[in-house]
Design a protein around this ligand. Structure first.
Ligand code: ARG
Length: 477
């Protein structure tokens, strides 16, 4: 149906004017016009929302006495029949019908005859597409929230298993202080908790119904916008018809939510990739989410994690794309706005895949806790504990304690040994106030156990974080 492209771009291929809007035209659109104009190849994804909005609209038209109840019934049944065809055979792509709205209306007319023409009373494709797209985005916000909750459950489960598993904590990717793996995983739980709250805000803000704004100015028919808003699950009708048909903030809010989540997923993916590399060796990713190399038989590549990291670029690109599409548009609708959908559709499906892949990797990975612990014991991760001990037990000001500890690290480094392997005599030579009790503070276990401040890495604190999260997620005991 898409037809041959007429490279001259001039004149009509068929000579026929458009059946929906061609009344004032002598000649039909060129092949290029038909192709550039057609959004059906992508906006057919809105068919369910389009049918739902049309059913709500026609029911309202009947309730307000604008369309006879009998006609409205025929139209509603016809819409059901069209929906059943779409469900069974997919949505046909005919560029002449431009978009999902005209495709559905044209099929409705084929099925029920001229009465189909009454459906488009008191509305325009401008409020129609704004309504359909909001419904679609709202559905994806809900789905994304659920996918985030699944990922949080996986994180909390693994964190609960590893409340006490010690690993190096990093700053600048240099060993800083020992932390627990549970603590590290719960950090991502918090990021995804904020992501869900951002989605909830965006959903609440966007839940207003544009239907009835018509082309831009509202309508002279005595419609009931509360009724359609309610039927479609919106909290209220939009307040200004010009804004309603030209607003795509809801889509940009969604893409912002997607971008932030994608960014968080990308950071986690990056850590999994590092941890899975041989020099780290902290983690074995599930075979089911890894690939092999066609040339190096020993390889197991973290492709799913790499693609999650890569997808973040495309998702952030989608946000940028829509913002740039919108930035110069005068009120109200301009056809540029038809380009709002591909980036949103793409971002939504990338997010669905990325979230599912990440949930699988978190749930299915095995952690080499012995190796993590050994890494934590390297790199003088407990140097801060020595300094803290000097402050606490020997009553030395922190700055001075920091300096003394630096000397101890330097000595240990020159001997190629760990801090707690330095003999007491050598420590005393650095500062005579050090005594044998210091050794109890220098183990990685003592270090993490000591960090009991609220939100800290001590297994008891991590346990509390896990408990609170399990309660928030409704995870049974
Ligand atoms: N396909 C169009 C879109 O996605 C629908 C609105 C068209 N409105 C118009 N006046 N041409 O934006």
């Amino acid at each position: 149906m898409s037809g041959e492209r007429d490279m001259t771009g001039s004149g009509s291929d068929s000579g026929a004017t458009n059946a929906m809007w061609g009344g004032r035209f002598a000649d039909g659109p060129s092949a290029i016009m038909r192709e550039i104009n057609a959004s059906i190849p992508f906006d057919k994804a809105l068919w369910r929302e389009d049918i739902a909005a049309s059913k709500a609209h026609v029911a309202m038209l009947a309730a307000c006495g604008i369309v006879a109840a009998e006609d409205a019934g025929v139209i509603a049944n016809g819409l059901e029949a069209v929906a059943a065809e779409y469900e069974r055979d997919g949505v046909p792509e005919n560029w002449d019908l431009e978009d999902i709205h005209m495709t559905t209306e044209a099929r409705l007319a084929e099925l029920i005859g001229p009465v189909a023409g009454r459906l488009h009373t008191a509305r325009s494709r401008n409020d129609q597409v704004a309504t359909d797209f909001r419904l679609w985005v709202r559905g994806r916000m809900e789905a994304m929230d659920q996918a985030l909750a699944d990922l949080q459950r996986a994180l909390v489960t693994r964190a609960g298993e590893h409340k006490g598993s010690i690993m190096p904590g990093f700053t600048h990717l240099q060993t800083a202080q020992p932390v627990t793996l549970g603590h590290h995983l719960m950090a991502y739980y918090e990021m995804f908790r904020r992501d869900r709250s951002r989605l909830a805000d965006a959903r609440a803000r966007m839940n207003e119904c544009p239907l009835g704004s018509a082309a831009l100015a509202g309508t002279g028919f005595a419609i009931d916008r509360e009724m359609t808003a309610q039927a479609l699950g919106f909290a209220a009708p939009t307040a200004n018809s010009l804004d309603a048909v030209s607003d795509r903030d809801f889509a940009m809010d969604f893409l912002w939510c997607c971008s932030t989540t994608a960014l968080h997923l990308s950071r986690l993916a990056e850590e999994l990739i590092l941890w899975a590399s041989q020099p780290f060796g902290f983690i074995r990713l599930p075979d089911s989410l890894s690939t092999g190399s066609s040339i190096m038989p020993q390889k197991k590549n973290p492709d799913a994690a790499e693609l999650v990291r890569g997808h973040a670029g495309r998702v952030i690109g989608a946000l940028t794309s829509l913002m740039i599409t919108m930035k110069g548009l005068p009120l109200a609708y301009s056809k540029d706005m038809q380009d709002d959908k591909p980036p949103v559709f793409e971002a939504a499906s990338l997010m669905e895949l990325s979230l599912a892949a990440m949930t699988g990797m978190i749930a299915g990975s095995s952690f080499d806790t012995a190796r993590m612990r050994a890494a934590a014991e390297l790199g003088y991760a407990t140097a801060t504990d020595l300094a803290d001990w000097l402050v606490r037990v020997a009553d030395i000001p922190f700055r001075e304690a920091h300096h003394i500890t630096g000397s101890a690290v330097k000595l240990a480094e020159s001997r190629g040994t760990a801090l707690d392997q330095l003999p007491l005599a050598d420590l005393k030579a650095i500062d005579e106030r050090i005594d044998e009790r210091v050794y109890a503070a220098l183990s990685v276990d003592a270090s993490v156990a000591a960090r009991r401040s609220y939100g800290g890495t001590a297994p008891t604190q991590v346990g509390l974080q896990v408990e609170r999260a399990r309660a928030a997620l409704g995870m049974e005991e």
